[in-house]
Structures are given as C-alpha cells and as structure tokens.
Design a protein around this ligand. Sequence first.
Ligand SMILES: *[C@@H]1O[C@H](CO)[C@@H](O)[C@H](O)[C@H]1NC(C)=O
Ligand SMILES: *[C@@H]1O[C@H](CO)[C@@H](O)[C@H](O)[C@H]1NC(C)=O
Ligand SMILES: *[C@@H]1O[C@H](CO)[C@@H](O)[C@H](O)[C@H]1NC(C)=O
Ligand SMILES: *[C@@H]1O[C@H](CO)[C@@H](O)[C@H](O)[C@H]1NC(C)=O
Ligand SMILES: *[C@@H]1O[C@H](CO)[C@@H](O)[C@H](O)[C@H]1NC(C)=O
Ligand SMILES: *[C@@H]1O[C@H](CO)[C@@H](O)[C@H](O)[C@H]1NC(C)=O
Ligand SMILES: *[C@@H]1O[C@H](CO)[C@@H](O)[C@H](O)[C@H]1NC(C)=O
Length: 399
Amino acid sequence: MAIRDNAIGGLFMITFVCAACAMAEASGSGGSGGIFDITKLGAVADGKTDSTKALQDAWAAACGAAGQQTVRIPKGDFLTGPLKFRGPCKGYVAIQLDGTLLGSNNLQKYNGSNWVEILHVDNIVITGSGTLDGQGAAVWSDGCKILPNSLVLDYVNNGTVSGIKLVNAKFFHINIYKSKVVTVKNVTISAPANTSNTDGIHIGDSSEITVADATIGTGDDCISVGAGSERVNIQGVTCGPGQGISIGCLGKFKLENDVRDITVRDCVLRNTTNGVRIKSHEEVLSPLVVSRVAFENIKMEGVANPIIIDQKYCPENTCVENRKNKNQVTIKDITFRNITGTSTTPEALSLLCSELIPCSGIELLDVNVEYAGKDNKTMAVCHNAKGLSEGSLQALACL
Ligand SMILES: *[C@@H]1O[C@H](CO)[C@@H](O)[C@H](O)[C@H]1NC(C)=O
Ligand SMILES: *[C@@H]1O[C@H](CO)[C@@H](O)[C@H](O)[C@H]1NC(C)=O
Ligand SMILES: *[C@@H]1O[C@H](CO)[C@@H](O)[C@H](O)[C@H]1NC(C)=O
Ligand SMILES: *[C@@H]1O[C@H](CO)[C@@H](O)[C@H](O)[C@H]1NC(C)=O
Ligand SMILES: *[C@@H]1O[C@H](CO)[C@@H](O)[C@H](O)[C@H]1NC(C)=O
Ligand SMILES: *[C@@H]1O[C@H](CO)[C@@H](O)[C@H](O)[C@H]1NC(C)=O
Ligand SMILES: *[C@@H]1O[C@H](CO)[C@@H](O)[C@H](O)[C@H]1NC(C)=O
C-alpha cells in the first residue's frame, strides 16, 4: 500500500464562470432549500457524455448560496473527469447521490489529482443510494503511474458520507486528510481481491473520525489509519477480502505526527490476509508514538494473520538505504480484547517489536483465535513485547 496523503495541495484555482446561470436554472432560486439538479444543468445520463461541467456548475451554485443547498445527482450513469468541490461555502451543502458517477479513464485529465475532491468545506453531507464507480480495471495495470483516489476529503470540518457505494477505485476509495469530525457510515466499498492500492478508507492527519456500519472488500487494506490520526472510532465494519484493518504504515515520511486514541470494535474480518495490525518501518526518518489503541470484540473468519504488531515492516527493498536513523517508533498501551475465530496459518498472533524500543503496555485479554488447519497447532511469535495476557488461549499468551 502506498500512501499519498498530501498529493493535493492548494494547486487548483477553479473559477466558476457559470455560477450565475446555474443558479437561474436550478429549481430553488438560490435561497434556503435550493436543489441544483445536474440534469437541469446539462448533465447527460448516458454514461458517455462528459458531465464534469454540469457538476462543477451545480457545486458552484450550491456552495455560493446561504442556507441548506443540495446538489442532486439523480438516477442514471454520468461520466466525469476530476471534480473539485472547493469551499468555503456560504451555507450547508448536501450532495444527494442517487445515480452513478463514472470516473473517466483519460488519466491526462487528472494530472496527478484525484477524482472527487472535497476541499476546505465545512458541514458537508454526501448521501444517497448511488455509486462512485472509479472504473479502475482499465488502469490498474499501469502500476507505476500515480492514479487518482476516488473520494477525497481534504480540510473538511464536520462531514458525513453515508449510504453510498464506492466500487473499483483506481487507487484508494476514500482518503480523509487534514479533516475533523467526519463520519463515514453505511457505505459499501468493493474492488477485486487481486488489485493493489485499492484501500477502502485511508485516514491521515485527522481527528474525530468515525467509520461505522461499513462493508468493505478490496485488494488492499479495508481501512488504514495513518500518521497524525487521533480519536478515530471504527465500529461495525465487515472486512474482506483484503488486507484487514491497519494502523500504519508509519515512519515512511519525515515529521509524521503521532497516532493516538484509536478504537476498532465490533468488526468481522473474513478471508483477509491480515486481521488487525500496527505496522511501521524499521528505520524511520523521525520519532513517532503510537499509543492508546484498542481492538475489541473482533471476529476472525479464515484470516491468514489475525493479530500483528510489526515494527520491522518494510515493503520496499530499497527503503533501508534511505534511512539513517534506527527505529524510533514507540508503540505503547495497545489492547486486544475479546478477539475470537479462526486463522488459516498457525501463527495467529505475532508481536514483532524492536530491541531498541520494545512495545509496552500490550494487553491480550480474552484472545482466542485458533488455527483452522490440521497439521500444526496454533502459535504466537512474540519479540520484545511487554504487557499482560488474561483469559487468552494458552498458546497465544506470550506476554
Ligand atoms: C499539471 O500539474 C502540474 C503540477 O501540479 C502543473 O504545473 C501543470 O500546470 C498542470 N497541467 C495542467 C494542464 O493543468
Ligand atoms: C454539521 O453539519 C450538519 C450538516 O450540514 C449540520 O446540520 C450541523 O449543524 C453541523 N454541525 C455543527 C456543529 O456545525
Ligand atoms: C443505508 O443506505 C441505504 C442506501 O444505500 C439506505 O437505503 C438505508 O436506509 C441506509 N441504512 C441506514 C440504517 O441508514
Ligand atoms: C484479476 O483477476 C481477474 C479474473 O481472474 C483477471 O481478469 C484480472 O486481469 C486480474 N486483475 C489484475 C489486476 O491482476
Ligand atoms: C477468499 O478470497 C480469495 C481471494 O482473495 C478467494 O479466491 C476465495 O474464494 C475466498 N475464500 C472464501 C472462503 O471466501
Ligand atoms: C465478544 O465479541 C463478540 C463479537 O465478536 C460479541 O458478540 C460478544 O458480545 C463479545 N463479548 C463480550 C463479553 O463483550
Ligand atoms: C506445519 O509445520 C511444519 C514444520 O513445523 C511446516 O513445514 C509446515 O509448513 C506447517 N504447515 C502449515 C500448514 O503451516
């Protein structure tokens, strides 16, 4: 998984030349309760005609008006290139997505940016029963290109994403960066198991983020919580296939912020390569602390590696050469409570911490995951981890 949190800067200056005419054509005349229907602004529901301009015009009009405003995307298939929904807005904007947006596969149009970007917007709601279809299949083989994330929330304060489906993103499905008080709930995210970097939801440098009641299955992490994340609650997520729910990868970039107060509870992981994990690079560019993380009430169903802390995770063969410092990631006060089910490899638990900064305050409480195969016994591999085990399977009680 590659992280591209900060791929979007303040690079885009969009001028909305047609804001005035969009306003005139919208069913609301601009005041409170305006509805800006993209089909009334020139969008064509044939899945082929580029409807980018209609969407931008609808946004400009809704964002420019005071009170409650709605950008309406009715049923039908609408093709679009990159969309920049930039704030601040005068009032409260909701995007009512009932149709399907199809992400253009003309990569030149994106020029390194994402597909649907919500930038510097407060009080935004994205809801409906519609779909964001990234149409990634056409570009996944271009592994070395920078591909657009599907839905990006950048510098959003008080946002909700609910009801919608996201499928086949070219890169991450949802990326939340530098945002506060955002809830993602009742969403479904899917991409084939054999795709890379199709993470479900990535969170970075954000606080008070909730992900609830989501069904996520892709080729990469269902949810990844990156550096600078605080007060993140993940609850009621069904994950699989994919690589599980992960904190990290950490230590990849310079001056990363700490990660703390993360809760993952009431989740089911089904047929994933990993279950719940914390991963960091062995040699990092600057010190970082991960603390107060709780994984509770988690069911593993046929998960290859259910519980992992790995301070020596290093996906790129070259990365060690670039790093001068030794491990400086502190991992402490991590609780695994009431974790049950089956693993498809004997190693149901692995805590691989560094000699330099051992993991501390690790609690294994009622951890009962068993190897589902015949030949071997369930086992744990633990290095440099300190803490306590209670009520857990004997073979896993390595602390
Ligand atoms: C593409 O992005 C680069 C760097 O962000 C920028 O300098 C250039 O002007 C952009 N090109 C177009 C056509 O927008
Ligand atoms: C958050 O946004 C919602 C939806 O626009 C709005 O109803 C609510 O008042 C906002 N909350 C705060 C604290 O501003
Ligand atoms: C979840 O979203 C769907 C639309 O995709 C909606 O029909 C359903 O009512 C929502 N469920 C809840 C509990 O909000
Ligand atoms: C994934 O598997 C499908 C079906 O086996 C195949 O058609 C597709 O090319 C594979 N995709 C990638 C990105 O490997
Ligand atoms: C598990 O996922 C793999 C693809 O990652 C799939 O081929 C296999 O059928 C799945 N197994 C179950 C039991 O769902
Ligand atoms: C343990 O977690 C399961 C869900 O995996 C839940 O149904 C059960 O109530 C939890 N037990 C306790 C004691 O919290
Ligand atoms: C079982 O253990 C043996 C050696 O201890 C190993 O060679 C083999 O790969 C293991 N089997 C599985 C299914 O992990």
